[in-house]
Design a protein around this ligand. Structure first.
Ligand code: PLP
Length: 277
């Protein structure tokens, strides 16, 4: 079952107009929210970011936080999976003709839930590979927009190169991954790009920072260069579905001789604890 514009219907029956601006322009925003043991993880934070994205592109939020909560829980009720990933998207809606500018339309709301199986600690401990690329995206990466062509191009490159993620750099400074935030540990200090228009302010990013503080790492929210990343003690990426994942090779360079560092297991454990409070 999926949710579409006020109705819970089988996915095969869910249809939207060809004039929907989500289809024509990618004119919409979205969220991905993990659910653990039936509990929606950090829902308030996701709804707040959703509101920020909607405000940035002038789409009216069709529901109050309480209405969102009720709809999401009702949708979750159709599945017996205890861990799920909620995908929700709001497009500006369907117009009568195709034009770039817009009038006020009735937004299209689509929500889907799918099973979520985060990688286990044992799987993660092996470490993952990434590649680097110049960040050619636009200057409003803070909006969680469904217009993801650049991110799609990077993710396809990652797939073709059999790496987990593409790590992006703008003017040599590391911004984030194509679908994640990036963290660098050097001499017991955790570095990550500051929030702003060059990255998506990840909900997991905040949780990783909270976890790292608890594990007595110093935090420095400033961008490092690609050269600094390549000589780091540890590199991690984070996202709602990947949680916090260690990277042990970037391009042809091994990080920490290709083995995970000492901080990642502690931060990982603390993060796991946050999921069940
Ligand atoms: N940055 C980008 C470009 C993303 O696409 C994502 C997640 O999809 C993130 C960061 C991480 O955000 P979150 O932790 O809220 O999932």
């Amino acid at each position: 079952m999926v949710y579409l514009n006020g109705e819970f219907i089988p996915k095969e029956q869910a249809q939207v107009s060809v004039m929907d601006r989500g289809f024509l322009f990618g004119d919409g925003v979205y969220e991905v929210i993990p659910v653990y043991s039936g509990k929606i993880f950090r829902l308030d934070e996701h709804l707040e970011r959703l509101q920020n994205s909607l405000n940035s592109v002038q789409i009216n939020n069709p529901y109050s936080p309480q209405q969102w909560r009720e709809i999401l829980h009702e949708l979750l009720g159709f599945s017996s999976e205890s861990s799920q990933s909620l995908y929700l998207q709001i497009s500006r809606g369907a117009d009568v003709s195709r034009k770039h500018s817009f009038d006020t339309l009735s937004p299209t709301v689509f929500i889907e839930s799918s099973p979520l199986t985060p990688k286990t600690k044992t799987e993660l401990e092996i470490g993952y590979r990434a590649m680097s690329q110049p960040d050619f995206r636009w200057q409003r990466c803070d909006i969680k927009s469904t217009s993801l062509l650049a991110n799609i191009m990077y993710s396809q490159q990652a797939k073709q190169n059999q790496v987990e993620e593409v790590i992006l750099h703008r003017d040599q400074l590391i911004t984030e991954g194509a679908t994640s935030n990036v963290f660098i540990v050097k001499d017991n200090v955790l570095f990550t790009h500051p929030t702003g228009n060059h990255i998506l302010s990840g909900i997991t990013r905040d949780l990783v920072l909270e976890s790292a503080k608890h594990c007595h790492l110093s935090i420095n929210e400033s961008a490092l260069t690609l050269t600094e990343l390549l000589s780091a003690d540890e590199v991690w990426i984070s996202s709602s579905t990947r949680e916090v994942m260690p990277i042990v090779q970037v391009d042809n360079q091994l990080i920490n001789n290709g083995v995970i560092g000492k901080h990642w297991p502690q931060v990982y454990d603390y993060y796991q604890g946050l999921k069940h409070v």
